[in-house]
Design a protein around this ligand. Sequence first.
Ligand SMILES: [Zn+2]
Length: 546
Amino acid sequence: MSLMRDDVAHRPARSWNPLTLALLASLWLATASNWPLWRSLLDLPENSGGHGLLFAAGFAAMVASLTFVLLALLAWRRSVKPAIAFFLVSAAACAHFMGSYGVVIDPTMMTNVVQTNATETRDLLSLRLLLSVVLLAGVPMLWLLRLPLQRLGWAGQARRNLLGVAGGLAVLAALVFALFADLSSTMRNHKQIRYQISPLNAFYSSAALLRAAQASPGGPPSPIGLDARLMPPAVASRPPLFLLVVGETARADRFALNGYGRPTNPRLSTLDVVSFRDVTSCGTSTAASLPCMFSHLGRGGFGARQQDHEDLLDLAQRVGLAVLWIDNQSGCKGLCERVPKVHASEGAPPGLCIDGECLDEALLHGLDDRLAALPAERRARGVLLVMHQMGSHGPAYWRRSPADGKPFQPECETNALQQCDVQALGNAYDNSIVYTDRVLAGAIDWLKRQRSTFEPTMLYVSDHGESLGEKGLYLHGLPYSVAPREQTHVPMIVWTASPQRTQCLAALRDQPLSHDHLFHSVAGALGIRAAEYRADLDLFAACRAP
Ligand SMILES: [Zn+2]
């Protein structure tokens, strides 16, 4: 009897499974520990009112699910309490720095943390930091860490934890699906938000730093076209002048030339151009598409590559052609590193640029001088000019067309796209296409004036498309495998100085084509032959004769 009584007296009132502790800690972390995140999220103009509160609540549930998935992996008898303590203290410190200094914890900030010196550290260690750690980490730890834990055995706990992970992922997936429109727009318009989710921001940024530190130095890309040679020009004594216009965020189906119901190509439709109607992009973002477009490998080969190679520009330069990259964006993603380059804002007339951001007509400014400044002996062999457009870069589509080039009204004038009327959003976007039409027609006008010296050709192709609210999606950048056609169906337009060649190209108008054709078509048109060149991907191969 006494034994039994003793047993009852010493049996804990209740023992807790490690997974339950993980769940409770996740809820605390997602709510209290993330107060700076909720403050920022609710401060966004698009999150005012009930809709914003609902979205913030759903976002909190997402953060809780994600945190729970991570903690569930660590929810073992011996590890769950140290893991929770680590999460709580990390989050409390992040909350303090984000809340007090308005910073976000991204890899750059993490670099600062790692490189900070003792004086700076002392300056940052304040009473408020201590208060934050005590309130946000100390209080829950006092309670959580004293709770007795269940002994389920290895297999039983593993089964539970796996169920926990699966459940957490399922809830997360359901929430992402339900809130996708708000979520994608918020993440694109306010990239910093993702670096305010603590302590995941600190973990992610630390991992990113470690990965960067471990990455091999890389070295120069492996050369291509070591055997490259130039064919004699098809037109005697006139070297090729190839203008490649790299479009931005343009959708093929918004071009009147491709059958769109609105007059978005008022200028190009009066010119003798060929618009290829079935062209697929290599990626769904600038960073993914651009290097792939200028590579000889094509989408499949580029994705599977073991090392970086030189690009089309290197090849053109190697065979002795003059190359110039004119940028009207933030850069060329490493493509133009080894060739002459200039930013469109340099020397642009007033009115086209505000704070260094220019309308695309700045690309056309001073072209004669830019051409003349290229080495004469290279010019004599041929020229490859690349213009990198601002195009239809979102979400501020209304900024992509000048006041005198907005035929479609009214325009959506906010970055919170999901709050705009579909029609107004379409108007702003279509105006950017009309402006691209003007820029391309202007480029063709300029090319026509070079005919006494050169054999000119223009090829325009966009890097990727854009979602404009279809299926609740906005902007671009979805993983390729799930990206809708709107994000990968891109316009491609060619103008040549020869009506016969243009007519020949028109036969390919409805053929399925892709960015894979770009390298080989440009190289082919410039008369470059090399081991990497593939005639079967050269649009101009069958239309060589003038
Ligand atoms: Zn892009």
